[in-house]
Design a protein around this ligand. Structure first.
Ligand code: BGC
Length: 773
C-alpha cells in the first residue's frame, strides 16, 4: 500500500484538483482543463489526447502488470493505477504486492454470492442483474476497477474442475444470463473481465492443450456467451484462456482475438491475459493481447530493475521498438484500448462509491441462492418439511465451509451460514435438530493463507460413522443427508478435473444405509457438476444445491422448509453414467501428448496435448437427445411444491420471413421479421410458485445435421395458487439459423420449423409449427 500512497502524493497538485472536483459541464472553463482530464469530452477524444501526451515508456508501462493484480497508470498525467481482482463469486481478499499470500488486511472479508452455476440454475435474468449490481458494488467499494469474471466456458464434461464457475452446457442459457451480470457490474464503473476466452473446457493440462474444433461447434456452442457479453452486455474487458486453439496460445491468438473478437464482433475493450497465459512477445504484439498479467517473474532476469520489466509486453517490447524491429502502430492500438478501459473505470469520477457486506448484499445472495436450488425428486411430497419433532442432519457438507477453496474464486468472507446452521435457525423452537458426520471428506480448509478455522478432524472409522448416523436416523422424523463435492482438489476445483462421476468419500454407502433406516430421507447434493446417483430409487427426495456462498444455509433452509418454493432448473444434464456422454476417446479428452505445433513457444513448452472436439455441436442435451440416451435428469429439469398447467401454444402467424443469411458480423440490430408465440400457464396447486417455460426450436429438415432441438427462449413466471398468465416469446430467423462453415455466416433455411415449449428439455407440453420463408 505504501507504494500506492506515495504515487498518489507525487501527482501534480493541479491534476489532483482536476481529478477531485466534480465537473459541471455547463460552467466549465474548457480552456483550463486538458481534454484528457475533461469529463465533458467524449471518451474517444480524451483517449487520443492522453495518448498524444504519453512517452514511449509510459505507453509500454500501461500494457503489463506492476503487481499481482494491478497495472501502472501514468502518474505524470494523473492517470491512476488499474486494479483488478477475482472473481466471479465475490471480491477476493488482498494479496501481497508480488505474491499470492494474504496481505493480512482486516477490511476485506466480503459477501460471497452463489457460484455462477447456481445463478444459471435460477433461469432468471433478474437474478443476474441483481448479482452483477451487488458484486460490482463490492468491487467498487474495495477500489477495484476490473472484476475478473464472469466465466462462461461451456460445460463439456462433468469432470471439468471449474464447471461450478460457469453457466452450464447451453449457449443460449449462458448468453442470456451473462448479459445482465455484465451490465450490473459495469453500472458501478467497474469493468467485467469475461473469461476464459475460449475453449477452456477442462482443468487437466489447461495450459498445454491445443483444441481442434469445427467452426460450427465453435460458433454455435462455445462462442455465443462471449459474443453476447461483448455485443449485448458491452463488456469492457475479456480474459484470454490458457489453452491453444489452432496451435497458438489463446492470450495471443490471431483467430480468436483479432479475427473474431475485435474483427467480427467489434469489441472495443481490452484483452487481458489469464495469469501466466502470455508466452511470446511477437505474438503478443501482433495478435491482439492488450494487457499482460501474471507472467512468472523472478526479478533477476535481463538485468532489469523490476521483475515486471521481464514481462513479454514490457522491456522486451520496448527493446524491439527502440531497435526498430517493430513499429508503434500496435502499441498505440493497445494503449488506446487500455486507456478506454481506464476512462470507463478509474478515470470516471462520477461512478458510485459502492458498498460492502451490506444487508442488501446478503439478502441478494440469499434470494439468488434460494431461486437456484433444484428439486430433483419429491416422492410422496415429503418436502417441504413443515412439522417435525426431530430432524437428523448427516454429512460433512452440512458443516464444511465452502467459500474457502476451489482456486482463484476462493474468498475470505465476513460470514458463511452452513446448511446445518441455516436449518437450526429455521427450525429453532419448532424441531430438535441433531447432527451426525456420516463420512469424512476433506478436513482441510485453507487457500492462499485464508483459513476456514474449522476443526473437522474425526477419529471414528468409516463404519462407525455410518453406524452412528443410522442409529440416530431410526428415531428421527426426517433425515437430511447433505453431501456432494467440496471444492478440494478433483472435487470442483481450479487446476484439477474430477476423476469420476460418482460421489467421493464413500457417500453412496452412507446414503444407502440411511435409506434403509428411515423412509423420510432427503438427499441434498452440493456441487457444481453432475454426480452419479446409484441410490436414486431408494431415496424419496433429492435436492440439487450449489456452492451458495455467505447465505448458503439460509437459502437451503428457505427451500427445505417451504418458505421459498423451489424454482431452479438444471443448467446441465445429469447423465446416468459418464460413458453415456459424448466423450469417448482420449483424443476428445484429455488429449494426446505431442510436439508443440507453435515454433514461437516450442522452446518453452515441448509437449502439447492435442484435443479434438469431435462430438462437434453435440454437447450436453444435444448429445443425449441425438443418441436417444435417457439421462438421469435432463437439462432444464426441476420440480416445484406446486403444479402448473401449460396450455396450447399459439403463434402470431403461420409464417416467418427472413430465410437466408443472418449475418454473423453485424452489430446486433432489431430483427425485421419476428413471430410471437404465446403460451397460457396456470398454477394449479395450493402454494405460490414459479415455473420456467422453455422454448426449443427443432428444424426437422435441413441441409446439415442439427440437434433434435435447441433452447432459444425461456421465461420464469411467478404465479399465486389458481393464478393464470400468458407467456410470450419472440422468435426471429436468427433463432432458426445454424453456422454455415463454407459461407462463414449464419444461415436460416426455408422450410418447416417447430417451436416446442416445455418445463424441461424432456418435458415438452405444447408445440407449434410454422414455416420460414
Ligand atoms: C485463473 C483466472 C484468475 C486468475 C487470477 C488464473 O489462474 O485462471 O480465472 O482470474 O488466475 O487469479
Amino acid at each position: 500500500m505504501n507504494r500506492i500512497i506515495l504515487r498518489f502524493f507525487l501527482f501534480p497538485v493541479s491534476i489532483l484538483a482536476g481529478l477531485f472536483s466534480f465537473t459541471n459541464c455547463a460552467s466549465t472553463k474548457k480552456a483550463e482543463i486538458p481534454v484528457y482530464l475533461n469529463d465533458c469530452k467524449p471518451i474517444g477524444d480524451r483517449v487520443e489526447d492522453a495518448l498524444s501526451r504519453m512517452t514511449l515508456e509510459e505507453k509500454v508501462a500501461v500494457l503489463h502488470a506492476q503487481s499481482k493484480f494491478s497495472s501502472a497508470g501514468v502518474p505524470r498525467l494523473g492517470i491512476p493505477e488499474l486494479w483488478t481482482d477475482d472473481g466471479p463469486h465475490g471480491v477476493r481478499p488482498e494479496v501481497l504486492w508480488d505474491q499470492w499470500d494474504q496481505a493480512g488486511w482486516t477490511n476485506d472479508s466480503c459477501t460471497a454470492y452463489p457460484a455462477l452455476t447456481a445463478l444459471a440454475a435460477s433461469w432468471n435474468p433478474k437474478m443476474s442483474a441483481l448479482y452483477g449490481k451487488s458484486i460490482g458494488e463490492e468491487a467498487r467499494y474495495r477500489k477495484k476497477d476490473v472484476l475478473l469474471g464472469p466465466g462462461v466456458n461451456i460445460y463439456r464434461t462433468p469432470l471439468g474442475g471449474r464447471n461450478f464457475e460457469y453457466m452450464g452446457e447451453d449457449p443460449f442459457l449462458s448468453a442470456t444470463m451473462v448479459v445482465p451480470y455484465v451490465q450490473g457490474v459495469q453500472s458501478n464503473g467497474v469493468a467485467v473481465c469475461v473469461k476464459h476466452y475460449a475453449l477452456n473446457n477442462q482443468e487437466l493440462n489447461r495450459t498445454l492443450t491445443n483444441v481442434t474444433v469445427s467452426d460450427r461447434a465453435l460458433y454455435e456452442i462455445y462462442l455465443p456467451a462471449f459474443k453476447a457479453a461483448v455485443q449485448k452486455g458491452h463488456a469492457w474487458s475479456i480474459m484470454g484462456s490458457y489453452n491453444m486453439y489452432k496451435g497458438v496460445f489463446n492470450c495471443h491468438n490471431p483467430y480468436m482475438l483479432n479475427d473474431i473478437l475485435k474483427g467480427e464482433w467489434g469489441f472495443d475493450g481490452a484483452v487481458v491475459s489469464d495469469w501466466g497465459g502470455t508466452h511470446n512477445t511477437d505474438q503478443s504484439i501482433k495478435n491482439g493481447l492488450d494487457l499482460e498479467f501474471g507472467t512468472w517473474t523472478n526479478g533477476l532476469n535481463s538485468g532489469a530493475s523490476n521483475a515486471y520489466d521481464n514481462y513479454y509486453l514490457a522491456k522486451p517490447y520496448l527493446d524491439k521498438i527502440r531497435s526498430g524491429k517493430v513499429g508503434t502502430e500496435e502499441l498505440d492500438a493497445k494503449v488506446r484500448r487500455v486507456l478506454r478501459l481506464m476512462y470507463r473505470t478509474n478515470m470516471n469520477r462520477n461512478r458510485p462509491i459502492g458498498k460492502f457486506t451490506s444487508p442488501e448484499h446478503y439478502a441478494a445472495a440469499r434470494k439468488i441462492g434460494a431461486e437456484s436450488i433444484v428439486l430433483l425428486k419429491n416422492e410422496g411430497n415429503i418436502l417441504p418439511i413443515a412439522k417435525a419433532n426431530k430432524i437428523l442432519v448427516v454429512g460433512e457438507n452440512a458443516v464444511k465451509m465452502m467459500t474457502v477453496g476451489g482456486g482463484s474464486s476462493s474468498l475470505k468472507v465476513q460470514h458463511e451460514i452452513s446448511p446445518l446452521d441455516g436449518i437450526k435457525a429455521r427450525y429453532a423452537g419448532k424441531a430438535e435438530i441433531i447432527y451426525e458426520r456420516g463420512y469424512v471428506g476433506d478436513i482441510g480448509g485453507s487457500y492462499n493463507g485464508v483459513e476456514s478455522g474449522q476443526n473437522l478432524k474425526e477419529t471414528r472409522s468409516a463404519d462407525q460413522l455410518i453406524a452412528d448416523a443410522v442409529a440416530a436416523a431410526r428415531d428421527a422424523d426426517y433425515v437430511i443427508f447433505i453431501g456432494g463435492l467440496n471444492k478440494s482438489d478433483h472435487q470442483d476445483s481450479e487446476g484439477a478435473d474430477r476423476l469420476e462421476l460418482g460421489l467421493p468419500y464413500g457417500q453412496d454407502a452412507v446414503i444407502d444405509a440411511l435409506a434403509k433406516a428411515n423412509k423420510n430421507l432427503v438427499v441434498v447434493n452440493i456441487s457444481g457438476n453432475a454426480v452419479a446417483m446409484p441410490w436414486i430409487d431408494q431415496v424419496p427426495a433429492i435436492v440439487q444445491d450449489w456452492y451458495l456462498g455467505s447465505e448458503a444455509g439460509n437459502s437451503l433452509a428457505d427451500v427445505l422448509s417451504g418458505d421459498v418454493n423451489p424454482s431452479g432448473k438444471l443448467p446441465f444434464t445429469f447423465p446416468v453414467a459418464l460413458s453415456d456422454g459424448p466423450i469417448k476417446t482420449e483424443a476428445q479428452y484429455p488429449g494426446i501428448a505431442g510436439a508443440n505445433p507453435d515454433p514461437g513457444t516450442a522452446k518453452k513448452y515441448k509437449v502439447i496435448y492435442d484435443e479434438h472436439y469431435t462430438e462437434g455441436i453435440f454437447v450436453g442435451y444435444r448429445w443425449y437427445e441425438h443418441q436417444s440416451i435417457k439421462p438421469l435428469f435432463p437439462f432444464g429439469y426441476g420440480l416445484s411444491y406446486t403444479t402448473f398447467e401449460v396450455g396450447q401454444a399459439k403463434a402470431s402467424g403461420k409464417e416467418l420471413k427472413g430465410a437466408g443469411t443472418v449475418s454473423a458480423s453485424a452489430k446486433p440490430s432489431q430483427p425485421k421479421h419476428t413471430l410471437k408465440i404465446t403460451v397460457p400457464v396456470k398454477n394449479t396447486g395450493k402454494v405460490a410458485g414459479a415455473e420456467v417455460l422453455q422454448l426449443y426450436i427443432s428444424d426437422p429438415e435441413c441441409s446439415v445435421e442439427r440437434p433434435v432441438k435447441e433452447l432459444k427462449g425461456f421465461k420464469k413466471v411467478f404465479l399465486q395458487p389458481g393464478e393464470s398468465s400468458s407467456v410470450s416469446f419472440e422468435i426471429d430467423p436468427s433463432a432458426l439459423s445454424f453456422f454455415d462453415e463454407q459461407g462463414h455466416d449464419w444461415v436460416a433455411e426455408k422450410g418447416i420449423f417447430k417451436a416446442l415449449i416445455g418445463t424441461s428439455s424432456a418435458d415438452i407440453k405444447t408445440t407449434v409449427e410454422f414455416q420460414l420463408k
